[in-house]
Design a protein around this ligand. Structure first.
Ligand SMILES: [Zn+2]
Length: 59
């Protein structure tokens, strides 16, 4: 994975977390979403993907 692609992915995922959920402004994706609110689920997914990206070594 190139450094640039990784960076772009991280920025995209961070934006999802920064935007957050309008209905649940207190939700920070620290724990899994209930699954009933799409923005919250997307935030949780972004958090997981971000952690996966951080594990990837940059070549
Ligand atoms: Zn929500």
């Amino acid at each position: 994975m190139s450094n640039m692609i990784k960076l772009e992915g991280e920025i995209r995922l961070l934006n999802v977390l920064v935007d957050g959920c309008k209905k649940h402004p207190a939700y920070r994706a620290i724990r899994p979403a209930t699954g009933r609110c799409e923005p919250c689920v997307k935030m949780w997914q972004a958090r997981q993907d971000l952690q996966e990206l951080e594990k990837c070594p940059v070549s």
